[in-house]
Write a new protein. Structure first.
Length: 373
Protein backbone atom coordinates (compact mmCIF):
# COMPACT_ATOMS: atom_id res chain seq x y z
CA UNK A 1 0.00 0.00 0.00
CA UNK A 2 1.04 3.66 -0.31
CA UNK A 3 1.28 4.00 3.48
CA UNK A 4 3.57 0.96 3.74
CA UNK A 5 5.78 2.32 0.94
CA UNK A 6 6.10 5.68 2.70
CA UNK A 7 7.03 3.99 5.99
CA UNK A 8 9.66 1.89 4.19
CA UNK A 9 11.20 4.96 2.56
CA UNK A 10 11.24 6.79 5.89
CA UNK A 11 13.07 3.87 7.54
CA UNK A 12 15.68 3.77 4.77
CA UNK A 13 16.31 7.52 5.09
CA UNK A 14 16.72 7.21 8.88
CA UNK A 15 19.17 4.34 8.42
CA UNK A 16 21.20 6.35 5.90
CA UNK A 17 21.27 9.38 8.18
CA UNK A 18 22.43 7.27 11.12
CA UNK A 19 25.19 5.82 9.02
CA UNK A 20 26.40 9.22 7.85
CA UNK A 21 26.69 10.56 11.38
CA UNK A 22 29.59 8.20 11.99
CA UNK A 23 31.60 9.24 8.96
CA UNK A 24 34.90 10.98 9.70
CA UNK A 25 34.71 14.73 10.10
CA UNK A 26 36.19 16.93 7.41
CA UNK A 27 38.85 19.42 8.44
CA UNK A 28 37.07 22.08 6.38
CA UNK A 29 35.31 24.85 8.27
CA UNK A 30 31.64 24.00 8.40
CA UNK A 31 29.23 26.51 6.84
CA UNK A 32 26.26 26.50 9.18
CA UNK A 33 22.78 27.51 8.09
CA UNK A 34 19.88 28.34 10.41
CA UNK A 35 17.07 25.90 10.83
CA UNK A 36 14.29 25.34 13.30
CA UNK A 37 15.76 24.82 16.80
CA UNK A 38 19.41 25.76 16.09
CA UNK A 39 22.05 25.27 13.39
CA UNK A 40 23.22 22.41 11.24
CA UNK A 41 25.62 21.94 8.29
CA UNK A 42 24.00 21.90 4.86
CA UNK A 43 25.83 18.67 3.93
CA UNK A 44 24.68 15.65 5.99
CA UNK A 45 28.17 14.14 5.71
CA UNK A 46 29.36 16.66 8.29
CA UNK A 47 26.45 16.13 10.64
CA UNK A 48 27.48 16.24 14.29
CA UNK A 49 24.99 15.26 16.97
CA UNK A 50 25.08 16.78 20.44
CA UNK A 51 26.56 13.56 21.85
CA UNK A 52 29.68 13.81 19.72
CA UNK A 53 32.53 15.83 21.16
CA UNK A 54 34.12 17.56 18.20
CA UNK A 55 36.82 17.19 15.58
CA UNK A 56 39.87 17.32 17.84
CA UNK A 57 38.52 14.88 20.42
CA UNK A 58 37.61 12.48 17.65
CA UNK A 59 41.05 12.91 16.10
CA UNK A 60 42.74 12.00 19.38
CA UNK A 61 40.56 8.92 19.68
CA UNK A 62 41.32 7.80 16.11
CA UNK A 63 45.06 8.09 16.72
CA UNK A 64 44.71 6.19 19.99
CA UNK A 65 42.73 3.41 18.34
CA UNK A 66 45.35 3.18 15.59
CA UNK A 67 47.86 2.22 18.30
CA UNK A 68 46.04 -1.08 18.74
CA UNK A 69 47.07 -2.15 15.23
CA UNK A 70 50.70 -1.16 15.78
CA UNK A 71 51.44 -3.65 18.56
CA UNK A 72 53.89 -5.66 16.44
CA UNK A 73 56.16 -2.63 15.97
CA UNK A 74 56.03 -1.86 19.68
CA UNK A 75 56.85 -5.50 20.37
CA UNK A 76 59.93 -5.43 18.12
CA UNK A 77 61.02 -2.09 19.55
CA UNK A 78 61.54 -3.50 23.04
CA UNK A 79 63.57 -6.59 22.16
CA UNK A 80 66.49 -5.56 24.40
CA UNK A 81 64.21 -4.99 27.38
CA UNK A 82 62.45 -8.29 26.76
CA UNK A 83 65.82 -10.03 26.63
CA UNK A 84 66.85 -8.52 29.99
CA UNK A 85 63.55 -9.50 31.59
CA UNK A 86 63.46 -13.03 30.12
CA UNK A 87 65.27 -14.26 33.24
CA UNK A 88 62.05 -13.61 35.17
CA UNK A 89 60.31 -16.48 33.37
CA UNK A 90 63.19 -18.79 34.25
CA UNK A 91 63.13 -17.69 37.89
CA UNK A 92 59.40 -18.21 38.24
CA UNK A 93 59.15 -21.45 36.30
CA UNK A 94 60.13 -23.61 39.27
CA UNK A 95 59.44 -21.09 42.00
CA UNK A 96 58.79 -22.31 45.53
CA UNK A 97 58.24 -20.45 48.77
CA UNK A 98 61.60 -21.46 50.25
CA UNK A 99 63.49 -19.60 47.48
CA UNK A 100 61.43 -16.41 47.63
CA UNK A 101 64.29 -14.16 48.77
CA UNK A 102 66.71 -15.38 46.09
CA UNK A 103 64.10 -15.14 43.34
CA UNK A 104 63.05 -11.62 44.31
CA UNK A 105 66.68 -10.47 44.53
CA UNK A 106 67.31 -11.64 40.97
CA UNK A 107 64.02 -10.17 39.80
CA UNK A 108 65.06 -6.85 41.35
CA UNK A 109 68.36 -6.97 39.46
CA UNK A 110 66.58 -7.63 36.15
CA UNK A 111 64.32 -4.61 36.66
CA UNK A 112 67.25 -2.36 37.53
CA UNK A 113 69.17 -3.46 34.42
CA UNK A 114 66.11 -2.50 32.37
CA UNK A 115 66.16 1.05 33.82
CA UNK A 116 63.10 0.80 36.03
CA UNK A 117 64.96 2.88 38.60
CA UNK A 118 65.75 1.96 42.22
CA UNK A 119 62.72 3.60 43.81
CA UNK A 120 60.20 1.93 41.51
CA UNK A 121 62.01 -1.41 41.57
CA UNK A 122 62.04 -1.60 45.37
CA UNK A 123 58.35 -0.68 45.49
CA UNK A 124 57.43 -3.42 43.00
CA UNK A 125 59.55 -6.10 44.67
CA UNK A 126 58.38 -5.31 48.21
CA UNK A 127 54.76 -5.41 47.10
CA UNK A 128 55.35 -8.82 45.54
CA UNK A 129 57.07 -10.01 48.71
CA UNK A 130 54.14 -8.91 50.88
CA UNK A 131 51.62 -10.62 48.62
CA UNK A 132 53.66 -13.83 48.55
CA UNK A 133 54.08 -13.95 52.33
CA UNK A 134 50.40 -13.23 52.90
CA UNK A 135 49.43 -16.12 50.64
CA UNK A 136 47.86 -13.99 47.89
CA UNK A 137 50.37 -15.25 45.32
CA UNK A 138 50.87 -19.00 45.25
CA UNK A 139 52.55 -19.76 41.91
CA UNK A 140 55.10 -18.38 39.50
CA UNK A 141 52.41 -17.44 36.97
CA UNK A 142 50.49 -15.50 39.62
CA UNK A 143 53.67 -13.63 40.58
CA UNK A 144 54.31 -12.64 36.96
CA UNK A 145 50.72 -11.49 36.51
CA UNK A 146 51.05 -9.38 39.67
CA UNK A 147 54.32 -7.92 38.39
CA UNK A 148 52.72 -6.92 35.08
CA UNK A 149 49.72 -5.54 36.95
CA UNK A 150 51.93 -3.34 39.14
CA UNK A 151 53.74 -1.85 36.14
CA UNK A 152 50.48 -1.29 34.24
CA UNK A 153 48.98 0.42 37.29
CA UNK A 154 51.94 2.82 37.50
CA UNK A 155 51.58 3.74 33.85
CA UNK A 156 47.80 4.04 33.88
CA UNK A 157 47.28 5.89 37.14
CA UNK A 158 49.13 9.03 36.04
CA UNK A 159 48.92 8.45 32.34
CA UNK A 160 45.21 8.73 31.64
CA UNK A 161 45.49 11.36 28.88
CA UNK A 162 47.91 9.73 26.49
CA UNK A 163 45.99 10.98 23.44
CA UNK A 164 46.67 14.46 22.10
CA UNK A 165 44.66 17.18 23.86
CA UNK A 166 43.95 19.66 21.06
CA UNK A 167 41.12 21.65 22.59
CA UNK A 168 38.21 23.01 20.57
CA UNK A 169 39.63 26.02 18.69
CA UNK A 170 41.38 25.93 15.36
CA UNK A 171 44.21 25.91 14.88
CA UNK A 172 45.44 23.71 17.69
CA UNK A 173 49.11 24.46 18.39
CA UNK A 174 51.66 21.80 19.33
CA UNK A 175 55.21 22.80 20.35
CA UNK A 176 58.02 20.23 20.15
CA UNK A 177 60.94 20.83 22.54
CA UNK A 178 64.03 18.95 23.70
CA UNK A 179 67.82 18.76 23.73
CA UNK A 180 70.06 18.57 20.66
CA UNK A 181 70.07 15.23 18.90
CA UNK A 182 67.01 13.81 20.63
CA UNK A 183 64.99 13.60 17.43
CA UNK A 184 62.69 16.64 17.65
CA UNK A 185 62.47 17.52 13.96
CA UNK A 186 62.12 13.88 12.91
CA UNK A 187 59.40 13.33 15.50
CA UNK A 188 57.55 16.42 14.29
CA UNK A 189 57.67 15.15 10.72
CA UNK A 190 56.39 11.71 11.72
CA UNK A 191 53.63 13.27 13.81
CA UNK A 192 52.62 15.41 10.83
CA UNK A 193 52.45 12.25 8.71
CA UNK A 194 50.16 10.55 11.23
CA UNK A 195 47.89 13.59 11.59
CA UNK A 196 47.76 14.06 7.82
CA UNK A 197 46.65 10.46 7.37
CA UNK A 198 43.72 11.14 9.71
CA UNK A 199 42.50 13.92 7.42
CA UNK A 200 43.98 16.83 9.35
CA UNK A 201 45.16 20.03 7.66
CA UNK A 202 48.66 20.56 9.11
CA UNK A 203 50.97 23.58 8.98
CA UNK A 204 54.61 23.28 10.07
CA UNK A 205 56.62 26.08 11.69
CA UNK A 206 60.44 26.00 11.42
CA UNK A 207 61.17 27.53 14.82
CA UNK A 208 64.68 26.05 15.08
CA UNK A 209 66.51 29.24 14.09
CA UNK A 210 69.88 28.24 15.59
CA UNK A 211 70.75 25.13 13.61
CA UNK A 212 71.58 25.99 10.00
CA UNK A 213 70.17 22.81 8.47
CA UNK A 214 67.05 22.63 10.66
CA UNK A 215 64.76 24.51 8.26
CA UNK A 216 66.02 22.48 5.31
CA UNK A 217 65.35 19.27 7.21
CA UNK A 218 61.83 20.34 8.10
CA UNK A 219 61.15 21.47 4.53
CA UNK A 220 62.01 17.94 3.39
CA UNK A 221 59.51 16.58 5.88
CA UNK A 222 56.90 19.10 4.68
CA UNK A 223 57.35 17.93 1.11
CA UNK A 224 57.35 14.29 2.17
CA UNK A 225 54.09 14.62 4.12
CA UNK A 226 52.36 17.10 1.82
CA UNK A 227 52.18 19.84 4.46
CA UNK A 228 52.75 23.58 4.16
CA UNK A 229 55.57 25.21 6.13
CA UNK A 230 56.50 28.65 7.50
CA UNK A 231 60.25 29.39 7.70
CA UNK A 232 62.31 32.26 9.07
CA UNK A 233 62.86 35.34 6.92
CA UNK A 234 66.50 36.34 7.31
CA UNK A 235 69.35 34.85 9.31
CA UNK A 236 68.65 36.67 12.57
CA UNK A 237 64.94 35.93 12.83
CA UNK A 238 63.71 35.08 16.30
CA UNK A 239 61.99 31.78 16.93
CA UNK A 240 59.04 33.48 18.64
CA UNK A 241 58.46 35.59 15.53
CA UNK A 242 58.44 32.53 13.25
CA UNK A 243 55.99 30.65 15.45
CA UNK A 244 53.72 33.69 15.83
CA UNK A 245 53.64 34.16 12.05
CA UNK A 246 52.83 30.48 11.52
CA UNK A 247 49.97 30.45 14.01
CA UNK A 248 48.52 33.63 12.46
CA UNK A 249 48.61 31.98 9.05
CA UNK A 250 47.05 28.85 10.51
CA UNK A 251 44.25 30.91 11.98
CA UNK A 252 43.60 32.91 8.81
CA UNK A 253 43.74 29.96 6.40
CA UNK A 254 41.75 27.45 8.43
CA UNK A 255 44.45 24.96 9.39
CA UNK A 256 43.55 22.33 11.97
CA UNK A 257 46.96 21.95 13.63
CA UNK A 258 50.17 23.99 13.65
CA UNK A 259 53.24 21.92 14.57
CA UNK A 260 56.04 24.13 15.93
CA UNK A 261 59.65 23.00 15.86
CA UNK A 262 62.07 24.68 18.29
CA UNK A 263 65.82 24.86 18.69
CA UNK A 264 67.54 22.04 20.53
CA UNK A 265 69.06 23.19 23.79
CA UNK A 266 70.71 21.72 26.83
CA UNK A 267 68.46 21.92 29.86
CA UNK A 268 71.32 23.69 31.67
CA UNK A 269 71.47 26.58 29.14
CA UNK A 270 69.13 29.01 30.86
CA UNK A 271 69.24 31.77 28.22
CA UNK A 272 68.01 29.35 25.55
CA UNK A 273 65.48 27.87 27.93
CA UNK A 274 64.06 31.36 28.42
CA UNK A 275 63.54 31.60 24.66
CA UNK A 276 60.98 28.80 24.99
CA UNK A 277 59.00 31.00 27.36
CA UNK A 278 58.97 33.74 24.68
CA UNK A 279 57.79 31.21 22.08
CA UNK A 280 55.01 30.01 24.36
CA UNK A 281 53.82 33.57 25.02
CA UNK A 282 53.98 34.50 21.33
CA UNK A 283 51.59 31.76 20.16
CA UNK A 284 49.31 32.40 23.13
CA UNK A 285 48.81 36.00 21.96
CA UNK A 286 47.54 34.79 18.59
CA UNK A 287 45.29 31.95 19.80
CA UNK A 288 43.96 32.06 23.33
CA UNK A 289 45.00 28.98 25.28
CA UNK A 290 47.79 28.00 22.85
CA UNK A 291 49.94 26.00 22.81
CA UNK A 292 47.56 23.12 23.42
CA UNK A 293 50.43 20.67 23.81
CA UNK A 294 54.10 21.09 24.65
CA UNK A 295 55.73 17.76 23.87
CA UNK A 296 59.21 17.00 25.17
CA UNK A 297 61.29 14.64 23.02
CA UNK A 298 63.57 12.36 25.05
CA UNK A 299 66.19 9.95 23.69
CA UNK A 300 65.37 6.50 25.06
CA UNK A 301 69.02 5.47 24.86
CA UNK A 302 69.92 7.92 27.65
CA UNK A 303 67.92 5.82 30.11
CA UNK A 304 67.37 7.37 33.51
CA UNK A 305 69.57 10.34 32.54
CA UNK A 306 66.51 11.72 30.74
CA UNK A 307 64.88 12.56 34.08
CA UNK A 308 66.96 15.70 34.84
CA UNK A 309 66.20 17.01 31.34
CA UNK A 310 62.49 16.44 31.80
CA UNK A 311 62.47 18.14 35.22
CA UNK A 312 64.10 21.31 33.87
CA UNK A 313 61.96 21.61 30.74
CA UNK A 314 58.84 20.99 32.78
CA UNK A 315 59.78 23.67 35.27
CA UNK A 316 60.42 26.24 32.54
CA UNK A 317 57.50 25.75 30.13
CA UNK A 318 55.21 23.11 31.64
CA UNK A 319 55.45 19.90 29.63
CA UNK A 320 52.10 18.31 28.75
CA UNK A 321 53.39 15.10 27.21
CA UNK A 322 56.47 13.10 26.27
CA UNK A 323 57.78 11.55 23.08
CA UNK A 324 60.34 8.83 23.80
CA UNK A 325 62.49 8.20 20.73
CA UNK A 326 65.03 5.59 19.62
CA UNK A 327 63.31 2.72 21.41
CA UNK A 328 64.34 0.58 18.47
CA UNK A 329 65.56 -2.54 20.23
CA UNK A 330 68.69 -1.24 21.96
CA UNK A 331 67.06 0.95 24.61
CA UNK A 332 66.00 -0.28 28.03
CA UNK A 333 62.27 0.27 28.19
CA UNK A 334 61.94 0.54 31.96
CA UNK A 335 62.76 4.22 31.56
CA UNK A 336 59.20 4.70 30.29
CA UNK A 337 57.84 3.64 33.67
CA UNK A 338 60.43 5.74 35.50
CA UNK A 339 59.54 8.91 33.60
CA UNK A 340 55.80 8.56 34.18
CA UNK A 341 56.13 7.64 37.85
CA UNK A 342 58.72 10.33 38.62
CA UNK A 343 57.13 13.25 36.75
CA UNK A 344 53.48 12.36 36.39
CA UNK A 345 53.64 13.48 32.74
CA UNK A 346 52.04 11.11 30.22
CA UNK A 347 54.00 9.49 27.41
CA UNK A 348 52.05 10.28 24.24
CA UNK A 349 54.25 8.74 21.55
CA UNK A 350 57.21 6.40 21.31
CA UNK A 351 59.67 6.07 18.43
CA UNK A 352 60.44 2.45 17.63
CA UNK A 353 62.31 2.76 14.32
CA UNK A 354 63.41 4.93 11.43
CA UNK A 355 60.39 4.57 9.14
CA UNK A 356 57.85 7.38 8.86
CA UNK A 357 55.21 5.17 10.51
CA UNK A 358 57.41 4.32 13.48
CA UNK A 359 56.23 7.09 15.78
CA UNK A 360 53.62 5.08 17.67
CA UNK A 361 50.90 6.32 20.03
CA UNK A 362 51.82 5.05 23.47
CA UNK A 363 49.58 2.31 24.81
CA UNK A 364 50.36 1.18 28.37
CA UNK A 365 48.88 -2.29 28.00
CA UNK A 366 50.68 -2.97 24.72
CA UNK A 367 53.92 -1.76 26.29
CA UNK A 368 53.61 -4.08 29.31
CA UNK A 369 52.80 -7.04 27.09
CA UNK A 370 55.77 -6.22 24.86
CA UNK A 371 58.39 -6.16 27.63
CA UNK A 372 57.06 -9.07 29.67
CA UNK A 373 56.15 -11.37 26.79
Amino acid sequence: SLLALLLLLRGAMASSSAHLSFLPFSSERLRLSPYRGGFRPPNPKFRCSAGQSGFFTRLGRLIKEKAKSDVEKVFSGFSKTRENLAVIDELLLFWNLAETDRVLDELEEALLVSDFGPKITVRIVERLRDDIMSGKLKSGSEIKDALKGSVLEMLSKKNSKTELQLGFRKPAVVMIVGVNGGGKTTSLGKLAHRLKNEGTKVLMAAGDTFRAAASDQLEIWAERTGCEIVVAEGEKAKAATVLSKAVKRGKEEGYDVVLCDTSGRLHTNYSLMEELIACKKAVGKVVSGAPNEILLVLDGNTGLNMLPQAREFNEVVGITGLILTKLDGSARGGCVVSVVEELGIPVKFIGVGEAVEDLQPFDAEAFVNAIFS
